[in-house]
Design a protein around this ligand. Sequence first.
Ligand code: FE2
Ligand code: FE2
Length: 325
Amino acid sequence: MRVHASFLIGDSEYSAFTIRTLAAFKGVRTNLEKPLVLWLTDLHLDRSSDTRKIGFYEEIRASTASVIVITGDISVARHLPLHLAELAAAASPRKVFFTLGNHDFFGSSIAKVEGVVAGVCRSQVNLQHLGHGEIIRLNSDTALVGHRGWGDGRMGWGARTFARNPDFAAIADFRGLSRGESFALLRKLGQESATYLRSVLPYALSCFEHVVVATHVPTFTQAAFYRRKPCDNLRQPFYSNLSAGGVILRIAQRFPKSKVTVLAGHTHCAAQFQALPNLALRVGGARPGFPGAQGLFEVSAAGLAQKSGSPVSRCSNRGGTQPPA
Ligand SMILES: [Fe+2]
Ligand SMILES: [Fe+2]
């Protein structure tokens, strides 16, 4: 196993982070040489009928997946604990690794939801919220890391956009803020994921040939679509996380012999973008109210290979009026 020594040298805060990362790395292993990852995103289970939910949970239960990875927008704050517990039960005993998306905070605040989710994860042993320093070993070649991510308001027309962002009304952290302050918060949230990945990704790439990064918002605007068309300047500020994308790009350049695959959602429109020969972004498609899997993927040093599931062209915004996710 290669270790990037310079990663271990730093100030005390950095060192503390490294120690937590090492502890998680040693403690969480799937221990399978050919793991199959079932990727889910933008389930929006609060909008699903019970019949569809039960059918979807049955699909998870019957899946041959070794682990389940979810890239956010599982539900809304009020129903999130129940829906996480239901997903954990459907997947059991397999692990469910997840990030949260902006909709998961709707009706509450970021801090409150994070606290509630920590409690749910303590009571559900197969449920793990990504973004706390862990590097998940999927097999000897491949690891998983993740952080929620956020549309950081920097792409396209930035703060000059007149597109509506539902986060501003639905999440307590944004309420009462001026438009300028709201965009400053979007930027801060995007930078949080960038800072996190800057800390954890080099270490993961020094240990594994392939690292899967789970996050909610596309890290490159080239794979951010709206109604089956590339996202325009109006919506790009809310549909891409430039801060995280820049960090991932620079780190991938430093590790040209390793591979990085970013999994994201949020736009509800499936797309792929090859940012570098060793850096790919996959964005999942979704139709709120109709939860389904993006597919089953075999992971290896060569990347992610889709075994079965929805075609990559799946897009829910076809002719509809689906607002930003
Ligand atoms: Fe979203
Ligand atoms: Fe969504």
